[in-house]
Ligand binder design. Structure first.
Ligand code: TXA
Ligand code: MG
Length: 330
């Protein structure tokens, strides 16, 4: 049996407890939801979430859906308005993800939402997913458990066949019932926007909150200065490939940085990973960009990050953030 095959286990209470322990310890666990299998990690642990991106081999950091136990748990992470509560009551638990403003005190790491002020949340209906979340007592960030660019998996075997490295455990809960991903509705603006059709029909949602705007009208439309609906970018200009800090700049370092290349003001300095570890750098990327993105600096100087592994996704985001605004993304 292959290594991946050995990691597929039946979703018994004993294995669910083990899965929850692994999640709490920062490991990645694949589990069934009613839509497709998810690749789960503790959403409050940026290193664990970075591991998801490494395993999927995503060339960029897309924001992830955070899975929670119920409306109350969602309300700790995001601001639920009246429309969100109506939809949640109608369709949770179930295949509906709601994109809502992140709450200031949200424990979810910035990497899970790819730096955005919004967060996608959903309450899955599958009993295995529900039990795992309850036992882990953490919000679980989980994209579909497939390598980037491949079909979403609807069985544990699909997951084991395509994701070989880095997944601590694959909980087998049989074939998923819905088979397509959750419907994603963005409620951050005045009109609800359908970002992705899925397990709940647009008509069923419109019956509750009225007409849904199409994603195409919202994609690329600025939500706030310097920000786009689905991609985070700092407000300050970025200077890539910097050898050190310049006059009036903040510095985002990577690897060892000589003292005379750093800013005097410690607030103006962050290092993605002094040891040059790309997973650590990915985990810190959005939190550090946000920390340095202050009007008192002229720009953020960014030191070079190698283009291998997670470095490709880090550089993709940095290049987009450095591009002249308004950015045309995807
Ligand atoms: O059914 C599902 O939703 C499955 C299961 C595992 O729950 N998950 C899933 O996740 O399909 P993923 O990562 O493959 O797709 C999530 C989508 C991405 O296209 C992402 O861009 C969008 O959700 N998304 C997540 N957070 C967002 C946000 N804050 N704003 C806009 N789009 C967001
Ligand atoms: Mg997917």
């Amino acid at each position: 049996m292959s290594g991946a095959g050995r990691r597929i286990v039946p979703a018994t209470e004993t294995w669910l407890r083990q899965g929850a322990r692994l999640l709490r310890a920062g490991q990645v666990v694949a589990f069934p939801t009613e839509t497709v299998y998810g690749l789960g990690a503790d959403a409050t642990n940026a290193r664990a979430v970075a591991a998801i991106f490494a395993i999927k081999g995503r060339p960029r950091f897309n924001p992830l859906i955070v899975h929670v136990a119920g409306i109350q748990e969602a309300a700790r992470l995001v601001a639920l308005d009246g429309r969100a509560r109506l939809l949640a009551r109608a369709f949770w638990p179930g295949p509906l993800s709601l994109v809502l403003p992140r709450r200031a005190g949200s424990r979810v790491c910035w990497l899970a939402s790819a730096g955005l002020d919004s967060l996608a949340v959903r309450v899955p209906a599958h009993p295995v997913a529900r039990r795992l979340i309850a036992l882990a007592r953490r919000p679980i960030a989980a994209p579909s458990a497939n390598p980037s660019g491949r079909l979403s998996p609807t069985s544990a075997g699909d997951v084991g066949a395509t994701l070989r490295r880095g997944v601590a455990l694959i909980l087998d809960g049989g074939r998923t019932a819905v088979g397509v991903e959750s419907t994603i509705v963005d409620l951050c603006g005045t009109a609800p926007v359908l970002l992705r059709p899925g397990g709940i029909s647009a008509e069923a949602i419109e019956a509750i909150v009225g007409p849904l705007a199409a994603a195409t009208t919202a994609e690329g439309a600025p939500r706030a200065p310097g920000q786009l609906s689905s991609h985070y970018a700092p407000r300050l200009p970025l200077r890539l490939g910097a050898a050190g800090v310049g006059e009036g700049e903040a510095l985002l370092g990577f690897g060892p940085v000589a003292a005379d290349a750093r800013p005097q003001d410690l607030d103006a300095y962050r290092n993605l990973s002094p040891a040059g570890d790309l997973a650590e750098a990915a985990a810190n990327l959005f939190a550090y960009l946000r920390a340095l993105d202050r009007p008192r600096y002229r720009a953020i100087a960014v030191m070079a990050v190698p283009e291998r592994g997670l470095g490709a996704a880090i550089n993709d985001r940095l290049r987009r953030a450095a591009a002249p605004r308004p950015m045309v993304l995807e």
